[in-house]
Design a binder for this molecule. Structure first.
Ligand SMILES: Nc1ncnc2c1ncn2[C@@H]1O[C@H](COP(=O)(O)OP(=O)(O)OP(=O)(O)O)[C@@H](O)[C@H]1O
Ligand SMILES: O=C(O)C1=C[C@@H](O)[C@@H](O)[C@H](O)C1
Ligand SMILES: [Mg+2]
Length: 168
């Protein structure tokens, strides 16, 4: 089975995805990391050199490649992945989709303790700019994220909460 984790930057897709993959003995794939390996440059470099539009095309292409080549994996998607092309439909027809619905307050708190420069959409923002950007972005993205088959809506967003949702 393919399991796609969806949600905002900082919602815990990579962290929970790694743990879940280890627990289930599945391959773990981080879509951002797969793009970086394939392109041999960072997401920030791709955005800087070619802009977001090109990044979204690469993201779609890579998602399609993963769907074609893997039958059993946990895929941590990028924060924006569900919101471009028909990526949401592609993921819903290829496996299970799980939206990690973390509040803006919690996300902002986690992200303020991490390195924002690796996340080009957030780089250089003050804490209050970060909170207003995350609030606006989440409200625009929610209609895509909510197309996920499963939603983990309450903290602490543990592995066990995820496992309970999935038809394993
Ligand atoms: N359940 C959790 N509780 C508290 N902090 C967490 C939790 N999950 C992740 N974090 C912390 O939040 C930060 C972001 O987590 P992570 O990188 O897994 O998010 P992400 O969804 O993969 O983000 P991105 O879309 O930017 O790749 C990390 O510093 C991580 O340690
Ligand atoms: O939320 C977003 O649009 C993004 C999230 C990251 O995972 C990366 O895919 C990139 O920085 C864009
Ligand atoms: Mg991640």
């Amino acid at each position: 089975m393919l399991i796609f984790l969806l949600g905002m930057m900082g919602s815990g897709k990579t962290t929970l995805g790694k743990e879940l993959a280890e627990k289930l003995g599945y391959t773990f794939l981080d879509l951002d990391a797969v793009i970086e390996q394939k392109e041999n440059r960072t997401i920030a470099e791709i955005f800087a050199a070619e802009g977001q539009e090109r990044f979204r095309a690469l993201e779609r292409e890579t998602l399609q490649t993963i769907v074609t080549n893997y039958k059993q994996a946990i895929v941590a998607t990028g924060g924006g992945t569900p919101c471009f092309f028909d990526n949401m439909a592609l993921m819903n027809t290829s496996g299970e989709t799980v939206f990690l619905d973390v509040s803006v307050k919690d996300i902002a708190q986690r992200l303020s303790q991490s390195d924002l420069s690796t996340r080009p959409l957030l780089a250089g923002k003050t804490q209050s700019e970060l909170i207003s950007f995350l609030g606006k972005t989440l409200s625009e993205r929610r209609r895509f994220y909510e197309q996920a088959r499963h939603i983990v809506a309450s903290p602490p967003y543990t592995i066990n909460a995820l496992l309970a949702l999935l038809p394993l």
